[in-house]
Design a protein around this ligand. Structure first.
Ligand SMILES: Cc1ncc(COP(=O)(O)O)c(C=O)c1O
Length: 475
């Protein structure tokens, strides 16, 4: 047997016996063995047999500068030799430099950075900051408003829900009810009850709304938020959290002016606006941050993924100086949290190099250019009957699949689309865990170094896979 294949088999056995994988029931593994991914360059990954695939998801929406950058590896290596670790209870040079660099790049006013190790921790930290801020001067603001279909992470706070059924009825809150931070029902149901004080409002999901225009939907959502805050009592609401473009929930870009209007409602009620830019940050939408693209000034921003392009785990929560200063008043304890690896010098050094590459190569603008091209190609899929909607911005796109009557295509049929595409060498993603319903949106979020040729290949492979599933359905 080819030694590489033998090695892969042995790794699969170790893995099968000991690794617990995310988002899957292991009993299906026999039938669908996982790939052993051994190598990656640019937008292409390679498995142990040498087969290459275009990774149209950049891992998990995160390898923004593309795979295989040796400058990042060198920066990490050199930092590891110099100072492998020291806690952020003192100053370490890469953390100080990275915070300064971020402050110069972040949206106006957001300039103080708390380092963590993942997007989930960034979100939990944002909630804690919002609550701590809401309790200042005898305040009692602790509730967090999130949206259906939002995803904010794996921690109990990120996944949380609360709210008795009668209140859900009053607030309608979209088709699935419930009150969660991550609005993806299936992702939280098995862990309930979770964090109390989280309320849910509708996502601005134009395709499945009955609004005639995006403007109408934006107005409705803003009114709903306003109503929910008023019913809850504004003095109890600490923050509203939103992904500027919903990612894992099916790629839902906001209607024009939606974010500005939501921002305005928050401002009117003294509610903090948390922009969860874990996916949208660092060039994904064609601007460095989606908050810039949609012209909003968040009070708090969360980031991870593209911050290091996933070369090392790192996340951050950034706030305005006003919040920072309020939580550091003379005589107060300060913000009582510590993350052992927060501001890890090696991760910060890798992030600094990642940002340098991103800015030098103007990758956000490149993503906007190639993204527009990709969007045009995907738009042409609309003539396939099972394609209901094609939506996106920059280099984040979703293709929502439907049955003949417009109902969501089944999860099984959507999985087939992905499997057929993979056979042809392109890896797409799909939304998952939204509700007790299908995962029917194929997602794309490739590295920002994606080329026009790769975009053509991805669109053509998706076209073939969709037509095959369409033909199998007998339509
Ligand atoms: C918007 C958003 N927030 C938070 C998270 C959680 O990040 P992590 O998986 O790094 O904890 C994710 C992960 O996909 C995300 O998409």
């Amino acid at each position: 047997m080819n030694p590489a294949i033998a090695e892969a088999e042995s790794l699969r056995t170790m893995d099968k016996e000991h690794v617990w994988h995310p988002l899957m029931n292991h009993s299906g593994m026999e039938e669908n063995p996982l790939d052993v991914v051994v190598k990656a360059r640019g937008s292409t990954i390679q498995d142990a047999s040498g087969k290459e695939y275009i990774d149209a998801m950049a891992g998990l929406w995160c390898v923004n500068i593309g795979y295989g950058r040796d400058e990042v590896a060198k920066a990490a290596y050199e930092q590891m030799l110099e100072l492998a670790y020291y806690p952020l209870t003192q100053v370490n040079p890469p953390a100080a430099r990275l915070a300064e660099r971020l402050a110069s790049l972040l949206p106006e006013g957001v300039e103080r950075v708390w380092f963590v190790n993942s997007g989930s921790e960034a979100v939990d930290t944002a909630i804690k900051i919002a609550r701590a801020y809401g309790r200042l001067n005898g305040g009692r603001r602790y509730k967090i408003i999130a949206r259906h279909q939002g995803y904010h992470g794996a921690t109990i706070g990120g996944a949380s829900r609360t709210g008795p059924p009668p209140r859900r009825a009053v607030y309608r809150g979209g088709p699935w009810g419930g009150a969660t931070l991550t609005g993806q029902t299936l992702r939280r149901a098995m862990f309930e009850p979770l964090l109390p004080g989280v309320i849910h409002v509708s996502a601005p999901y134009f395709y499945r709304s009955n609004a005639d225009t995006e403007e109408e939907l934006a107005g409705r959502c803003a009114d709903e938020l306003d109503e929910v805050i008023r019913y809850e009592d504004p003095e109890t609401v600490a923050a509203f959290i939103a992904e500027p473009v919903i990612g894992g929930g099916g790629v839902i870009p906001p209607p024009a002016d939606y974010l500005k209007r939501m921002r305005e409602v928050c401002r009117n009620h003294g509610v903090l606006f948390i922009a969860d830019e874990v996916i949208t940050g660092f060039g994904r939408t064609g601007e460095l941050f989606a908050s810039d693209l949609y012209d909003i000034e968040p009070d708090i921003m969360t980031m991870a993924k593209g911050l290091s392009s996933a070369y090392l785990p790192i996340g951050a929560t950034a706030t305005t100086n006003e919040i920072f200063e309020a939580l550091n008043a003379e005589g107060d304890s300060g913000f009582l949290q510590i993350n052992t690896y927060g501001g890890h010098p090696v991760a910060c050094a890798a992030s600094l190099k990642n940002l340098e590459i991103m800015m030098d190569e103007e990758l956000p603008a490149r993503g906007a250019r190639v993204g527009a091209y990709l969007g045009g190609l995907l738009g042409k899929l609309s003539d396939i009957p099972c394609v209901g909607d094609v939506r996106g911005v920059g280099l984040i796109w979703g293709v929502e699949l439907i049955e003949e009557d417009g109902a969501p295509l089944s999860t099984a049929a959507t999985a087939k689309v992905l499997a057929y595409a993979k056979e042809q060498g392109v890896i797409f993603g799909k939304n998952a865990g939204i509700a007790a319903g299908p995962s029917n949106t194929v997602t794309l979020s490739p590295p920002l170094v994606f080329t026009e040729e790769e975009a053509e290949r991805a669109a053509s492979v998706l076209d073939t896979a969709l037509r095959r599933v369409q033909a199998e359905s007998g339509a």
